[in-house]
Structures are given as C-alpha cells and as structure tokens.
Design a binder for this molecule. Structure first.
Ligand code: ADP
Ligand code: ADP
Length: 236
C-alpha cells in the first residue's frame, strides 16, 4: 500500500522568473510504500533538504500535491498540520536536537505529553522503546552524560514515541564516524524490521544508503534515477 505520494512538486525560492529566484525542485514525482526504507541521494544543492521539508510538511511547495495515507498534506495548515505531524510523522535530525535540560526519559516522553497521553500509557511506551534500543540503564541521565550512540538511540526513541507512520531523517550519519554511523543505521533498520515503520532519509553517505531498499537520486531538482534492491534484501 502507498503511504506517501508526491505529484509534480515544484519549489521556487523567491519570486518566479525574478533574477534572484532559485528553482530548487522542478516537478518531482515519487511514491513510497508502507514499511519501505528509502534514501534520497544527490549532490549538494540538488534539492534534497527542500524535498524532505516539503514531504514532511515543514515547508510548502510552490505547486504540486503531497498525500500521506491519502490525506493532502499541502492543503493542511496551522493546528491541523501541527497535529498531523505530531501524530503521524517522526523526525531524526543530524545533530539529534535532544533537549539538554531534560533527562533521556523526559526527552522521549515530551512528544507524548503534547499529545496528552495518559501517565501509564507514556510509561509503558518509554519502557518498550528503552528495551528495544537498550537504553534502560540511562533513562534518568542527561544527554551530556551519555555517549553519542546512546544519544542517537534516544533521538530515535523520541521520534517513535507517538507511533508515527513515517520517520524522516535528514543526514542521520552526517557528522558521525563509521562506528556511530553503524549504530544509527542498525537502529533505523530495526525500526523498519520490527515496527514496520516507513523511513525516508536524505543522505550523501553511500554507507547509509546501502541500508535502504530503494534509493532515489535527485539532480538539479528532478528525479534522475531510482535504484531498488532485489527482494532478497542482501545487496543492490
Ligand atoms: P541539498 O539538500 O541537496 O543540498 P537544498 O534543498 O538545500 O539542497 O537546496 C536546493 C537549492 O535551493 C540550492 O540551490 C539552495 O541554495 C536553494 N535553497 C535552499 N533553501 C533556500 C532558501 N531558504 N532560500 C533560497 N534558496 C534556497
Ligand atoms: P544541506 O546541505 O543539509 O541541504 P544547506 O547548508 O544547503 O544544508 O542549507 C542549510 C539551511 O540553509 C537550510 O535550511 C536551507 O533551506 C537554507 N539555505 C540553503 N541555501 C540557501 C540560500 N541560497 N538562501 C537562503 N537559505 C538557504
């Protein structure tokens, strides 16, 4: 089943046809099925971040349509959009964006508080995620007292707190050495395999993309090519 569909997405920064305007996306079509692990790759300036921001409702396209679970994301605004993003979408950022003044547990709980979940429900979810990602022992520590790998696993746990349908990840291995890159990618693989959550990631990193079943290459704001892994899930 299709979970995300983008139709003819165009993004122009600045006024169209003005000298200073930039056409960042030039008619992108793509579709992602439920439970897929997809990478968007392309050179710097090709439009990857713009595309991710538009697909996740952070930014609006100049024209085109985005459907998530059949709902038209590009026509949602204000509270309805904020609520939709909180409930259906999870985000993992390059630098993780953990709140330093909150413990690991509080960081994971925060999105659930915003959704007004009950105490026992939040407690159950924290324990479930902590066990899945092996962070039970550090739940009461602050981000600056835990390792980089533990911070990553906390960030992924937080992204999963409200049981999103799709996780968006922008350069999750961007600032990491190869050992930490392996930690985060194994973690995301577990999310796809054990929770069947769909993941869409933007990356420069061939190592990160090698975890994905499908790679979409962007060049100058257009889809240049697709690559799909064979169904044995082992290699391109
Ligand atoms: P990538 O993520 O592949 O590096 P981006 O989506 O960041 O590409 O950028 C695509 C193009 O759009 C680039 O030419 C960039 O300079 C331009 N761009 C991105 N964001 C803005 C913005 N907020 N205002 C104007 N131009 C932008
Ligand atoms: P990335 O390589 O991850 O896409 P960039 O360094 O291209 O990151 O962009 C970082 C931020 O700056 C993004 O939010 C992007 O939208 C914005 N940006 C990029 N290019 C421009 C530009 N020409 N004018 C204004 N903002 C820009």
């Amino acid at each position: 089943m299709k979970i995300l569909e983008a139709k003819n997405i165009v993004k122009v920064y600045g006024k169209a046809n003005d000298e200073g305007s930039t056409t960042a996306l030039n008619g992108i079509n793509l579709s992602v099925s439920e439970g897929e692990f997809v990478a968007i790759m392309g050179p710097s300036g090709s439009g990857k971040t713009t595309l991710l921001n538009i697909l996740s409702g952070i930014d609006k396209p100049t024209s085109g349509e985005i459907f998530i679970e059949g709902q038209k994301l590009n026509e949602m605004t204000g509270d309805a959009l904020a609520r939709f993003r909180r409930r259906k979408l999870g985000f993992v950022f390059q630098d993780f964006n953990l709140l330093e003044s909150l413990t690991v547990k509080e960081n994971i709980i925060l999105p659930m508080i915003l959704e007004k979940k009950s105490g026992p429900e939040m407690e159950k979810k924290v324990q479930e995620l902590a066990s899945l990602f092996d962070i039970e022992a550090i739940l009461n520590k602050y981000p600056y007292h835990i390792s980089g790998g533990q911070q990553q696993r906390t960030a992924v746990s937080r992204a999963l707190a409200n049981e999103p349908q799709i996780i968006f990840a922008d350069e999750p291995t961007g600032n990491l050495d190869s050992k930490s890159s392996t930690v985060i990618m194994e973690c995301l693989k577990k999310v796809v395999q054990e929770l069947s959550t769909t993941i869409l990631l933007v990356t420069h990193d061939v190592f990160a993309a090698s975890y994905c079943e499908k790679v979409i290459f962007i060049r100058d704001g257009s889809v240049h090519s697709h690559l799909e892994k064979k169904s044995d899930r082992k290699a391109f």
